[in-house]
Design a protein around this ligand. Structure first.
Ligand SMILES: [Zn+2]
Length: 442
C-alpha cells in the first residue's frame, strides 16, 4: 500500500531561502515530507524533472464580481484563470459584487458561491464604507482577512469611498480587534480638479488621463492614511502603489514603527503609458500606468525588499466597456491580469532583470500568507498545505486571447511572449490544472 497520496519527484523546489532539488510527499492535502529523495511510494506520482516547484501564488487582490455582476467575471472563470496562472488562493475585493461585502450576510452569500464554484482557495476582504462601521466587527468574526476602503470614488455606486471621518473612525474600530485596513490611495481632490480641467479643455488623450491622476495624488493620500494609522494603531496595507515614490513613504513609515505594508501589481512592472496609448481601454487602470523610468524604479524597489507583495488587481469588464476611442476618461478602468502574474514576474523579473526566484516566492506567497495570517500557506515545508505550482522556466509562449480562461477573453498581455510556463497547479493536494486543462470541477 502506498504511504502518500502524491509525490512530486526530481523538481527544483523554490522557497524564500533557496532553490534545490527535492521530492515532496503529500497526504490529506498537506505536505508531509520534503527531502532530497523520498523512498516511499504514493498513489499518484509526478515526475517534475526539468521543472521548478513553487508555492502556489496567493493573489491578494482580485475582483471576481460575483454575486450580482458575474457577467463581468465570476468565481468559476476567475478561479480557473488563477489556477492556469499558478495561483492557488485569492482574496476577493468587497466591491463589484452586488451586494458588496459590507456585512456578514453579504459575506455569507459570496462565500457560499465560492465554495460551490471556485477551484482555488477563496478568501475575502470586507468593505469599510461610511455606512458600516458598526458591521466591521461581525465581518471580522466571520472570517474576512481584512478590510478595504477607497480614498477616492470606487466607480461602484453601492460602495462609497471613505471620507476622512470614516477612515479615522473605521481604523480605530479595526485596530480594536487587531485586523488590517487596505486602502486604494488616491486623492479625490487632486484627481477631480485635474480631470475637470482636462475635460473642460477637451484634453482627453491617454496622456491626459494619466496626468489627471499624478503620483502626487497617491503620495498625498498615502501620507494622510499613514497619519491615521499612527494615530489609531491600525495595521495598514496600501494596494497597487504605482511608483517607488509611494513605496518609499510606506518604508519610511515602517522604520518609524508603523505597522504598514505595500503591494504593487504586475501591470505596473510590465506596462507603461505607451501601452495605454496603444492598447486603449484594455490597459486603463487607476492609479494609471506610468512611464518606463517609474517601472524600472519599481523593479529596484522590489529587488531591495521594499515591496511586500505583488498582486494582479484583476478587475475585468465586458469588452464593450473597455473600448476607448478618443476619450480616455470614459470606459471602465481595470486590467484583466489574474492569469499572468507569475508569467510577468518570471519573464520581466527573473529572465530579464535577474530577479531571484526566491524573491518571487517571497512576494507572491510567503509575505501574503504572513501578513494576512494564513496558517499553513505560503511555503513548501512539512505541515504546510499542498498548494503548489510546477513551472517550466525555459518554455516560451505567446499569450493568445483564446488561452485566457476569463469570462471575457481580453487582456493587455495578449500578444506578449512570456518565458516561464505553468504546467501543473495543485490546490490542497489535488491537481486542478494540468498541461493546458482544468481537471477538476468540470
Ligand atoms: Zn482593485
Amino acid at each position: 500500500m502506498s504511504t502518500f497520496d502524491l509525490i512530486i519527484r526530481n523538481g527544483q523546489v523554490v522557497t524564500a531561502e533557496s532553490t534545490a532539488q527535492a521530492d515532496i510527499a503529500i497526504k490529506d492535502g498537506k505536505i508531509q515530507k520534503v527531502a532530497a529523495t523520498i523512498e516511499e511510494t504514493a498513489v499518484k506520482e509526478i515526475d517534475a524533472k526539468g521543472l521548478h516547484v513553487f508555492p502556489g501564488v496567493i493573489d491578494t487582490h482580485v475582483h471576481f464580481n460575483e454575486p450580482g455582476r458575474s457577467e463581468w467575471e465570476g468565481l468559476a472563470t476567475g478561479s480557473r484563470s488563477l489556477a492556469k496562472g499558478g495561483a492557488t488562493s485569492f482574496f476577493d475585493m468587497p466591491l463589484n459584487s452586488t451586494p458588496p461585502v459590507i456585512n456578514k450576510e453579504n459575506l455569507q452569500a459570496k462565500s457560499d458561491l465560492a465554495d460551490e464554484k471556485s477551484v482555488v482557495n477563496p478568501f475575502y476582504w470586507g468593505g469599510l464604507v461610511p455606512e458600516n462601521i458598526d458591521k466591521l466587527k461581525e465581518l471580522d468574526e466571520n472570517g474576512v482577512i481584512g478590510f478595504k476602503a477607497f480614498m477616492s470614488p470606487s466607480g461602484i455606486e453601492d460602495f462609497n469611498n471613505a471620507d476622512d471621518e470614516t477612515l479615522y473612525k473605521g481604523m480605530k474600530e479595526i485596530a480594536s480587534f487587531n485586523s488590517i485596513l487596505a486602502v486604494h490611495a488616491e486623492s479625490t481632490v487632486i484627481c477631480d480638479q485635474l480631470a475637470t480641467e482636462k475635460i473642460a479643455q477637451g484634453k482627453t488623450s491617454a496622456r491626459d488621463f494619466v496626468e489627471s491622476r499624478p503620483i502626487i495624488s497617491e503620495i498625498e493620500a498615502v501620507r494622510r492614511v499613514i497619519s491615521y494609522a499612527e494615530a489609531t494603531g491600525c495595521k495598514l496595507h496600501v494596494v497597487h502603489a504605482s511608483s517607488r515614490k509611494v513605496t518609499d513613504l510606506i518604508n519610511e513609515a515602517k522604520k518609524r514603527g508603523v505597522d504598514a505594508s505595500v503591494e504593487t501589481c504586475a501591470h505596473y512592472l510590465a506596462l507603461t503609458v505607451k501601452d495605454l496609448e496603444e492598447k486603449g481601454g484594455l490597459a486603463k487602470c487607476a492609479p494609471p500606468l506610468r512611464d518606463s523610468e517609474e517601472v524600472e524604479q519599481l523593479w529596484v524597489a522590489l529587488a531591495n525588499g521594499e515591496i511586500d507583495m505583488i498582486a494582479s488587481d484583476h478587475s475585468p469588464a465586458p469588452a464593450d466597456m473597455k473600448t476607448v476611442t478618443d476619450n480616455f476618461f470614459e470606459g471602465w478602468g481595470g486590467i484583466s491580469g489574474a492569469q499572468s502574474t507569475l508569467n510577468v514576474l518570471l519573464t520581466e523579473g527573473y529572465h530579464k532583470r535577474n530577479l531571484p526566484l526566491e524573491k518571487i516566492v517571497e512576494v507572491t506567497a510567503v509575505n501574503p500568507a504572513k501578513r494576512f495570517g494564513l496558517e499553513g500557506k505560503g511555503s513548501l515545508a512539512e505541515g504546510f498545505d499542498a498548494d503548489i505550482t510546477l513551472v517550466n522556466l525555459d518554455e516560451s509562449f505567446e499569450l493568445k486571447a483564446e488561452d485566457l480562461l476569463y469570462r471575457h477573453q481580453h487582456s493587455p498581455y495578449v500578444g506578449k511572449t512570456f518565458k516561464g510556463n505553468v504546467k501543473t497547479t495543485i490546490v490542497n493536494g489535488e491537481v486542478v490544472y494540468d498541461h493546458g486543462e482544468i481537471v477538476v470541477g468540470k
